[in-house]
Structures are given as structure tokens and as C-alpha cells.
Design a protein around this ligand. Sequence first.
Ligand code: FES
Length: 517
Amino acid sequence: MKVTCTGHAGLYIETEAGSILCDPWRGPSYFASWFVFPDNSEVDFGAFEPEFLYVSHLHRDHFDPKVLGRCVPKTATVLLPDFPTDDLRNELTELGFRSFVQTTNGEPLELDGLRIMISAMTSPADGPLGDSALAVDDGSTRFLNQNDARPRELEPITAFGPYDGHSLQFSGAIWWPVVYDLAPATKSALGVRKRENGMARALRFVESVGARYVFPNSGPPAFLDDDLFAYNDVANSADNPFPDQTVFLDYLANHGHANGRLLIPGSIAELTPVGECTVTHALGDDEVLRIFSDKQPYLEAYATRQRPLIASERASWPRYDGDLTEALAKWWDPLLALADRIGPGVGVPVLLEIGDEKVVIDFGAREVRPFRGEECRYRFAMAHELVEALVANHEIDWVNSLFLSLRFRAARRGQYNEFIYTFFKCLAPERLSYAEGWYAEQEEPDDLVRIGNYLVQRRCPHLKADLARFGVVDDDGVLQCGMHGWRFDLATGRCLTSEAHHIVAIPVDEAATATNP
Ligand code: FES
């Protein structure tokens, strides 16, 4: 098995039984804040001829529409993770891909001699409502491409092994604590913890999977804009949450694992069935090491090369000349009305300082309105032009655009609140409804509601819309979910719109007999 590093989470896996291109990314992404580290400009994505394409999830350092659209042959068959929404399939269809293999979470699949398995994570906290890991077996060698996924169920993954190679994230892809207004000593202490936790978590995965060789990947990004350059870990600082590959390799070695191997863009790892691994780099070994030992000049030169690109990206951000408060209220008020768990989960006003404009998302009152000078426990400040671009593009996932860009400041009193970020990644009714349903199922998995003459499971089997709100039954006993129009025959529970989606429906009189025998 030959594994070529294309940068960040990008891998080109070649086997006797077929080849898979994974997460090809050139960037820049997130408002031109993230670049591949080290530079992957020399990687020629057009030279690969993959039979299969795997995009682990829709975060923009994994899903790069420009590379996918221009460089990847549309004859490649897409290996689709088992995600709750069709967003990934739709985006790839839009780019011209026509052949898809829909996988089932944690179930191995045979593809003409190549055995694969995709583990899909689907909680609101997993990526943009979905993240995944790919296991590959060519009959003699096995590889786990975990990238930045954090599988909670490791049993199917370990059962697929044992693995010869394992690639995974170890470095931060987060804005905490670096964008927060905190006392320097506090921020430094939190940074230490964040850096430690990221590497300790990766170590736990490394030890649980037990692969022969480990390849740190999926980060850190390079921050090349002058506004962000200070976030790079140029001095191997204990409080910087963005350690590089060599730091993690040392960390692994210090914990008794000498099997880590460095891959940078263009490096090739050859894994053999007898347990050998040979790594060759596109650059000389000294040059490779200098990238990490002389990182400051390396990044400064990289930034100089990319300055025109950053300027042209900035110039391309669309403007919006309407009233932003009104635009956000018109967009988000209907979402807040659906936010039965997220609303109370936040429960307090959240302040957005957009340039000089101050807007409040009042999660208690479920409305967006101008700031009235009240105390706000959570505060975000960002440039007007960024929010204009988000509004003009109707960007439904601000985590996958604004927050990961690190182009904002934040402050909070009290704990991290997951519901706030879930809201920002679900700025469309379908997504919000899914997240609401997911939270609801954690609380009330067996919740039934009366609809017509039936007690029906509360959450739509499609994307978990609340059927007490969206379900309507016609005279033939067919329930239609108003979210996307899926239909269910209540007498049999059969879904009339799609296969393999059954609904729990009990006639009210039967339910009464069961409870009053
Ligand atoms: S959530 Fe899509 S049809 Fe019900």
C-alpha cells in the first residue's frame, strides 16, 4: 500500500485493488485564514487518477470545491459517509460527481477486492453535523484514516484491523482560547491545557487502535495573514494550541511510541504486508527538518508568496448594504422559534458586535433585536465586512466560516455553551430541526405524541423534525411530515417515501388497552 500525503488531512491511497483520494485541500479556507502547513503548492492534484474519492466531512479544510471541481476526475466514485443530511452528496453532485457508494456507519463494504469501512459521527458537536473516519483493507495491508474524527465507538474500528498505518489529528482546529479576552496568565494556562489535551486525546486513539505506524496529520494550519500570523506556533510554546507534527512525534516517543512517522506534502509512505514502512520525501531530509526547526523564516516566506492571494480573496468577499440587524432578525427569528432545546439551552442574550453595530440574539425571548445595554454573558466581536459576506452568501454554518477563521474576538462569563455553537452551525430549518431532534432523543428516546388516532414517535425518521409540530395525517391514515414531505402509512409504519425508514405508530385504542388491561 502506498500512501501519498497531499497536505493537511489529504492522502492518496494506492493499492493493488484500487486507489482512494482523501480530503484534497489546497485552500486557503475560512476567510483566507487557513493555509496548508507545510505548503502543498507543489502537489499536482490533477496527476492523481483515483477510482474512489472520500471527503470525510464538509469542513472547508477537508472539502475544497476548487480542487474537487477542477482537478479530481468526475469518474471517481464517491464513498459517502452515513450522514443524517444529504449536504455532502449535494455539494459533490453540484461539482459534477455522479457515482456514489452510500456506506452504512461501521459496516465493512467490499469493493472489488478493496474492503472499506466508514465510521460516521453525527451529533451536533461532530463537525458540520457530521464527521467520519475511513478504514481501508487491500487484502494484505490496512490503513485507518481517522483525520480529525473522534469516534465514540471504537469497537467496529478495532475489529476491522489490525492496522499497518493510522493517520490522525493531534493539533488544534479551534478558536479557544486564542480569540478570547482573558488575562494573559489565564489565557496561557488554558492554552497549555488545550495543547496537552489535544495530544493526550490523540495518544489515547493511537494506543487504542495500536497500528504499526502512526502519521500525524490534519493540522496545524498555517496562519499567513498579518492579522493572524501570531497564532502560529513558531517557538514551540507550551501554551500554543497549534503544535506541529514534530512536536507530536516527540510526544509520542516520550510516551513510549517510536512508531510515529513524519509526512509532509509530497511524502510517500510505503507499507508492506510484513510490517515495514518506508517514507520518502519530495524534499531532501535536511530541507524537511528546516521547515520545522526554522519555522519563522519558512512561514514568513510562505506568507510573502501568498500575500497577493489573500488580497484577492479579501476583495472577493461579497458586500451587503442593507440593515444587518433586520437581515439577521428576518433570517434567524424563524429558527429561534424552532429552537425548543437550543433556546433554553442558551437561555440568555448573546451580543454580536458587528463593527459599530450591536445586535442581540435573545435566546430566552427567541428573537434577534438591537442591543439595549443589558448584561450579556456571551459576546462576539467581528468586522462588519465579514458579517456582510455571511449574510450576502446566506452562510448557514458560521462555525465552518467565521469561527474557524479566528477573525473575531470573544468574551464570556461562565462555562462553554455547546448550544450557542450548535445554533451557529444550524442556520437553516433542516439543520436546526435535526439538532433539536438529536437533543430531544437524548432526553426522551421513547417520546410518543398523539397525531390523529395514533400515538406516533415524536421525531420524524428522516431528519428528526418534531412531528407534533410538522406531522399531518390525511383521511387514508397517511402521515406527512411537513419538513420535507416524507409520508408514512400509520397502519403498517411503512415509509412511503424512502426505504428502510419505519415509524412507530400505535392506534390510540390499542395503546389504551395495553395500559389498562
Ligand atoms: S424531517 Fe424530513 S420529512 Fe421529516
